[in-house]
Write a protein that binds this ligand. Sequence first.
Ligand SMILES: *Cc1c(COP(=O)(O)O)cnc(C)c1O
Length: 355
Amino acid sequence: MVHNFNAGPSILPKTVFQQASEAILNYNNMGLSILEIGHRTDAFQSVMDEAQSLVKELMMLESNREVLFLHGGASTQFFQVPMNLLAEKATASYLDCGVWGSKAIKEAKLYGTVEVAASSRDRNYSYIPGNYTIREDAAYFHYTTNNTVEGTQMHSVPATNIPLVADMSSDILSTVMDFNRFSLIYAGAQKNIGAAGVNLVIVDPEILGKTGRAMPSMMDYREHIKNGSMLNTPPVFAVYVCMLTLRWLKEQGGVPAIQKINERKAKLLYDTIDQYPVFNGVVAKEDRSLMNAVFTINDPEVEKEFIATCKANNLYGVKGHRSVGGFRISMYNALPFESVVVLTDLMKEFANKKG
Ligand SMILES: *Cc1c(COP(=O)(O)O)cnc(C)c1O
């Protein structure tokens, strides 16, 4: 038995792996692989349609929202967002709360002015800043809902009338929230919704077409909307895996049901971290992420020992990001509660041994 705590690409439901591999050999009993059918066939159109409608249903989106599956990873959205939303002479406001958010800021500066509303860089991004103001003339306010590397998460949506844009790559569909508060949401698929190679973009078309900027068709959300997210060949297989994972999520009872499990997993792990002094939770408690828990062990020798213990017990992906060190335990939707039980039992045993 292995347990997969990888940060991304990461664990997906077993049934999704099973169904996806069957579809590679024989898709829907057509005698063809999903990899060899045209994207404009009925067989694939129905995959795209179902994936889009499951997103709308699971996120309870208003009917005017457009759901796109695009290429290029969330990192492409770092520049595609300002290209579409930020006029050259305008200012966008960004929250700087982690390595991903700071990359988004860097890219946005290529298209207009960026004002950083608040930053937690001063303490290695270990908390979420409070008490900041967002300038009233900002074209939009951008933030990362869950800081995958640092293990912090925004637990509420900022109260503002400025159009909200969020990178939800690592916590989309993990907790109930009012997704309609956002003008644009994007997420790389490889953490909570599917296989690497596709991005989910949800956009309110009202905010588009206002910058006066000419751009390549492939960068223009309006072109993708007009073409039903098939302006060119979509990442067919990656979209299929998303569709299967979304189906699975619906079968689990949707976002409210998975949230309960996510909360149980996170509580068990954080309680264990807090109970034993050998483990240090590095993140401000109120900002702890339900998806990625980060902790350290002060003594490098003891740290090595715990890494070896994890390895010997087939726990994968527990090492922290190189910028933070220590350990990062990713607990995405598909991670079973049992995996956290196995990990925390090991932690307890290890801590007791270390006295
Ligand atoms: C993983 C991640 C990204 C980067 O995604 P790519 O698809 O590799 O470009 C961006 N933002 C967040 C919050 C992430 O977790």
